[in-house]
Design a protein around this ligand. Structure first.
Ligand code: NDP
Length: 284
């Protein structure tokens, strides 16, 4: 079987084209969408992620305001910056690059973001709205995955969807979205017994664990769609996903590559959420 390689980069470009038109319309009535990105500390991985998000904003005409703080910033000081951004009417979205230093309570910081500007969709109210089928902001990676699956014309209703990884930012929200779209959903975690017995039944397999190449060809159903969320470094120091691409190729129906699959879609959906947030100013 020839496995289709799903081009997440190309799909993200289509999304940017559409966003550019929507931003133009907003600018015509005096609104320029604005995203604030807060980075605490100097982790090089976080710096790269933030730089990519800021660059993507600039490319399509979203104002991005990057605020960098030293990793010894106090929790109360950081919260003050969030309250200030909550009130700033030029800012439609606020993103805190995770992880935060250990002395800061991440939950408290995420909860401080006005839910109307929580473009990552991580705070409790937004998680609840998603769970009850009425999302204000879908978390960006799950939102991007749904766009990929829909763009592939995969029939979700009645499909067996298996998700490996149960984090609040990927595994749980994608499970909710697939469930609401009519899939029969299984969520696996580190305690799951006989993982293969689940993954082999998956018509749609989503892997978000952070372990290089942990899923191989013997663990998948022939013809299935594989969504690889993982971003890892292989033993050869190359970026790779959680799925062993070489081993599943020619067994899977389609697969998102790493890099070039889910990653670009995550940024595209962050910008989509920011534009949607700005558009709500006219609808309200
Ligand atoms: P977390 O570390 O928060 O969660 C990992 C999940 O995997 C946990 O639920 C854990 O189970 C589960 N797990 C660990 N080992 C196993 C195992 N052997 N079998 C089954 N499940 C297991 O990770 P994230 O969700 O934040 O990220 C996952 C990966 O996705 C990372 O590589 C990250 O870099 C990447 N990522 C990529 C994005 C993109 O845009 N492409 C965006 C976000 C993340 P338990 O709950 O029991 O601990």
């Amino acid at each position: 079987m020839e496995t289709k390689i799903i081009d997440g980069l190309a799909l993200s470009k289509q999304i940017y084209d559409d966003l550019e038109k929507r931003i133009k319309k907003l600018k015509n009535i005096g609104i320029t969408p604005g995203l604030a990105v807060i980075l605490v500390g100097e982790s090089s991985a976080s710096q790269i992620y933030v730089r990519n998000k800021v660059k993507a904003c600039e490319k399509i005409g979203i104002i991005s305001r990057q605020e960098n703080y030293q990793d010894n910033i106090s929790e109360s000081e950081l919260l003050k910056h969030i309250y200030r951004l909550n009130k700033d009417n030029k800012i439609n979205g606020i993103l805190i690059q995770l992880p935060l230093p250990k002395h800061i309570d991440t939950h408290k910081v995420i909860e401080a973001i006005d839910h109307n500007k929580d473009v990552d969709g991580f705070n409790v109210l937004n998680a609840g709205l998603l769970m009850t089928g009425n999302p204000l902001f879908c978390p960006c990676t799950p939102y991007g995955i749904m766009k990929i699956i829909n763009n592939e014309n995969i029939n979700i209703r009645g499909a067996n969807a298996v998700i490996v990884g149960a984090s609040n930012i990927v595994g749980k929200p994608i499970a909710m979205l697939l469930l609401q779209a009519g899939a029969t959903v299984t969520i696996c975690n580190s305690k799951t017994k006989d993982l293969e017995s689940h993954t082999r039944k998956a018509d749609i397999l989503i892997v978000a664990v952070g372990k290089p190449k942990m899923i191989n060809g013997s663990m998948i159903k022939p013809g299935s769609i594989l969504i690889d969320v993982g971003i890892n470094r292989s033993s050869e120091n190359k970026i790779c996903g959680d799925i062993d691409f070489t081993s599943v190729k020619s067994i899977a129906g389609s697969i998102t590559p790493v890099p070039g699959g889910v990653g670009p879609m995550t940024i595209a959906m962050l910008l989509t959420n920011t534009v949607e947030s700005a558009e709500r100013l006219i609808k309200d």
